[in-house]
Design a protein around this ligand. Sequence first.
Ligand code: SF4
Length: 192
Amino acid sequence: MLRVVEIFYSIQGEGSFSGCPCVFVRLHGCNLDCSWCDEPLHKGSYESFTSKEVVEKILKFPTKYIVITGGEPSLNNINDFIDALHVEGYHVAVETNGYRLANIKNADHITYSPKDWDALHVEGFSEYKFVVGVDSKIEKILNLKTKKTIYIQPINFKDRVNKKNTDFCIELVKKYPHLRLSVQLHKYLGVE
Ligand code: SF4
């Protein structure tokens, strides 16, 4: 069973698929408890559904793009759910802190947002997304040797932009142009 907090249709505001209309499936629970977490819903109530039941709910929306998020989607093995979405022709992206990448390996696109920058994965995902503020130890990012895209995303408030952190990230990307800025577009648009 999948522990589902919410299913909603919105615009992807982060990473490679920024601007893409997607159905978001938020799963319950996380292995971490980050002080700046902007998705506290993952700690609250949820409903349990089979993969088939979730796919039926998703079929009502017009897009073919799905984002599975949390919390931490790799707490459980959801590869069968991802395969059920593939059968219906969906492109499936997953957002993860890298807890158990094997549990989400069937996804088409995996955004890895590491929280322990001293123990980074190097394979098993599509792109990095570092969530950065003015106090972040950015040397770890700058020393990273990879061909994967490295997104830098400001630590924002839950429902609005943190200008100080955003300005810091803009200057960081301008100084190190191999980095890419991810701004959480949905917080500028005022959508979920
Ligand atoms: S890993 Fe992500 S969802 Fe989990 S507590 Fe940290 S910011 Fe929140």
